[in-house]
Design a binder for this molecule. Structure first.
Ligand SMILES: [Zn+2]
Length: 496
């Protein structure tokens, strides 16, 4: 039904091109946005523009239009047009002629990876709260041109610039709004470093550069990228951009970039602190596979005007947490004890809390829209229980296949079948069918631990991998005397 509706709306829209011009008021934290829509034929249609109310990966309603003011619309550069708001994030304009100009300004002074911030030194542009698409036509291409303040020279983003990449203007073309919204941008005079690795281009755009080069992070990043490429067997991007903002909290994954706050420096007080940061970067990087390409059916193309519910965020986030350790292990940066310590910490959080008696892992995926910043005792986070299931999946798949297959094979199957071949996400039942296909049987026990609040019988799942758990401290440890089969499985999981 929805398909028929969209097709009708697309058919009824006049053909047009869209170009944005963006100017910055760095003193007062504003973005001045001008949109020009050029119609192929003169039109008197009502054009409805829509701005997102949330950003993928940041699963809460942000109501971005709350930062918008001074909306106006004109035809052919001068004639004021009638417009009206039709919902909190929609503007309906009666077009006239070939050209429609829309202008508005956005207050940009937030400290969040999902919202823009314009300051005197730099500007972080989170596109969901800046740009509008024509309703029901967000797969339309769009051009954005930024006019940078005097003295600024850098624009870092996953999108490639078109035309002259110098002076104060930077222009980018996105094939659709999903891509535009998934390409945050950092403007200013920040530190950048570029390199090519295994045929792909990389940029680090760093606001706190102190200690960056001495930290060795680009070498470790390359090792991690190589380990990820070996795991999946395919790289879906030409270029990748790492945007690291100053001191703050949170990070957000994007199609071929990531935007993260940091501790404000690259002079880490300890190796553990450095590894925590590297694991964070790895987590956001691995999301370009697990959530952007290996993705639940509901996660794209997106409806930006309301919540986007999926029962599978424990796969997208939980397995990514598992892989942030596993990839660093496979890159030779940490050993198996690091993985065991990390999963032990997640088990401790779950088992010492009350939430696991009240909320299943599956439910936590739906309720993230209620609980993005709520950590009350009646809830659990898929960031904690999800990686536990990651480890248990990996062990169980290997146990059932005599170590012939594991979680890596499931991730590859999902990537190849749904992303590369079918060009879509997988449904919940397709996920469980795919897992059963790798395992050679249904994973009923694991499914029960996802769908219900039943206590996890750790011992029966861990023992085949030569692992045990101390229930006083919820610490995983290696069993001393193990059979050949246990030794083989444990080696596959923790490399020793
Ligand atoms: Zn994540």
């Amino acid at each position: 039904m929805a398909t028929i509706c969209v097709a009708f709306n697309l058919y009824s829209l006049p053909r047009y091109s869209m170009a944005y011009d963006i100017r910055l008021d760095t003193q007062n934290h504003y973005l001045y946005v001008n949109l020009n829509i050029s119609f192929e034929q003169p039109t008197t249609d009502i054009i409805t523009l829509e701005m997102p109310v949330w950003a993928p990966g940041y699963y809460m309603i942000m109501d971005f239009p709350k930062h918008l003011s001074d909306f106006s619309a004109t035809a052919d550069g001068s004639t004021p047009l009638q417009w009206t708001k039709t919902s909190k994030n929609q503007w309906a304009i009666t077009a006239q002629g070939r050209q429609l100009q829309v202008s508005y300004r956005i207050y940009a002074n937030e400290h969040s990876v999902a919202e823009s911030n314009v300051g005197e030194q730099s500007a972080f542009i989170a596109p969901n709260g800046v740009f509008m698409y024509v309703k029901d036509d967000k797969m339309h291409s769009v051009t954005t041109t930024y006019h940078m303040p005097a003295g600024w020279s850098k624009a870092s983003t996953g999108l490639k610039p078109v035309g002259q990449n110098e002076g104060s203007e930077r222009t980018f073309v996105a094939p659709d709004f999903d891509t535009l919204f998934d390409s945050p941008l950092l403007l200013g005079n920040h530190f950048t470093t570029h390199f090519t690795h295994e045929g792909h281009d990389y940029e680090f755009a760093i606001v706190p550069p102190e200690g960056f080069e001495a930290s060795g992070i680009t070498d470790d990043f390359k090792r991690m990228v190589s380990a990820t490429t070996r795991l999946i067997g395919h790289v879906p991007y030409d270029n990748y951009c790492v945007i690291h903002l100053g001191a703050g909290g949170g990070g957000l994954e994007h199609l071929n970039s990531q935007a993260c706050f940091t501790s404000g420096t690259y002079r880490f007080p300890s190796r553990d602190e450095y590894l925590r940061h590297l694991a964070f970067v790895t987590h956001e990087y691995f999301h370009l596979y697990n959530v952007k390409s290996i993705r639940p059916f509901e996660l794209g193309p997106f409806d930006y005007s309301r919540e986007c519910y999926t029962p599978l965020l424990w796969v997208s986030e939980g397995f990514t947490c598992y892989y942030e350790c596993r990839l660093l292990m496979q890159a030779g940066i940490v050993d198996g004890n690091y993985l065991l310590r990390d999963i032990s910490s997640a088990i401790r959080t779950i088992e010492e809390g009350e939430g696991h008696h009240h909320m299943s892992l599956r439910q936590s995926s739906y309720d993230i829209w209620l609980n993005f910043f709520n950590h009350s005792e009646n809830v659990i986070s898929y960031y904690d229980k999800g990686p536990i299931l990651g480890l248990l999946f990996d062990i169980e798949l290997r146990r059932l296949t005599d170590c012939q297959r594991g979680l890596d094979d499931l991730m590859r199957l999902l990537y190849n079948r749904y992303y590369l071949e079918l060009r879509r996400g997988f449904t919940e039942s397709e996920f469980w069918q795919s897992a059963a296909e790798i395992a050679g049987s249904e994973l009923t026990t694991l499914r029960r631990y996802v769908d219900t609040t039943d206590d996890i019988d750790y011992e029966s799942l861990l023992t085949p991998a030569g692992l045990a758990i101390d229930r006083d401290t919820w610490s995983l440890y290696k069993i001393n005397k193990v059979s050949k089969a246990q030794e083989k499985l444990r080696k596959a999981i923790i490399g020793e």
